[in-house]
Ligand binder design. Structure first.
Ligand SMILES: [Zn+2]
Length: 175
C-alpha cells in the first residue's frame, strides 16, 4: 500500500473564523460589513445555541435558558492577515452604534478591540479613522454571517433563514 499524499490543506470548521476575544486579547481590524449583524443566542452553561423565531417554538426558550445578543462584523484581522467575523457582546455593540448609528455605513472603518484581564472583563472598542478606498483599492465584498453561524450550530442554512420581520433592539449603553 502506498502512502497518501495531498496538495491542498483540508478546510475544517466554518469557512471564516469567528473570533471571540479572550482575556487580555487585543485585535486591530478593518471592517468590511456595512453594518453589524445581531442575533439572539441562548447560553446552556457550556456553549451558545441559536434562538429561534417564533420564540414559543424555540428549544432554548422552552428549556428556560438565558438569552443574550451577539453582534458580528465581517472584517480583516491585520495580525492574522485574514478575514474573520468578530463577535461583540451587546455592550460593546452599543459603543460602536454610538459612533455608527443605524443606517450608517461602517465599511473601511478600523477598530481596535481589547478585552481586559479576567474572565468577566469588559470588551472595549476604539474607533480609528476609516481607510480610504482610493488609496487602498476597493475593499472586498462584505459577507453575511448567516452561513458561518449555521455551520457552527450544525443547522441547514436553507431551512434556518434569518427572520427578517423583527428589528433587533440594541440596548442603551451603560455608563
Ligand atoms: Zn429562544
Amino acid at each position: 500500500m502506498a502512502l497518501r499524499t495531498c496538495d491542498e490543506p483540508q478546510q475544517t470548521g466554518p469557512g471564516i473564523w469567528v473570533r471571540r476575544l479572550k482575556a487580555a486579547e487585543m485585535v486591530h481590524v478593518t471592517v468590511f460589513s456595512a453594518a453589524m449583524q445581531g442575533v439572539w443566542i441562548h447560553w446552556n452553561g457550556n456553549s451558545s445555541e441559536p434562538c429561534h423565531s417564533p420564540i414559543k417554538e424555540c428549544p432554548g426558550h422552552k428549556r428556560g435558558l438565558p438569552s443574550k445578543q451577539r453582534f458580528y462584523i465581517h472584517c480583516f484581522n491585520h495580525a492574522k492577515r485574514r478575514e474573520e467575523f468578530i463577535e461583540l457582546p451587546a455592550g460593546c455593540a452599543a459603543d460602536v452604534r454610538e459612533y455608527y448609528p443605524k443606517g450608517s455605513n461602517m465599511r473601511g472603518v478600523r477598530l481596535q478591540l481589547k478585552r481586559g484581564n479576567g474572565q468577566k472583563a469588559h470588551l472595549t472598542v476604539e474607533i480609528l479613522p476609516p481607510i480610504s478606498e482610493t488609496v487602498s483599492g476597493p475593499l472586498p465584498q462584505a459577507k453575511d454571517v448567516h452561513e458561518t453561524l449555521c455551520q457552527l450550530w450544525h443547522l441547514d442554512p436553507k431551512v434556518h433563514q434569518w427572520n427578517k420581520e423583527t428589528e433587533l433592539p440594541i440596548p442603551k449603553l451603560a455608563s
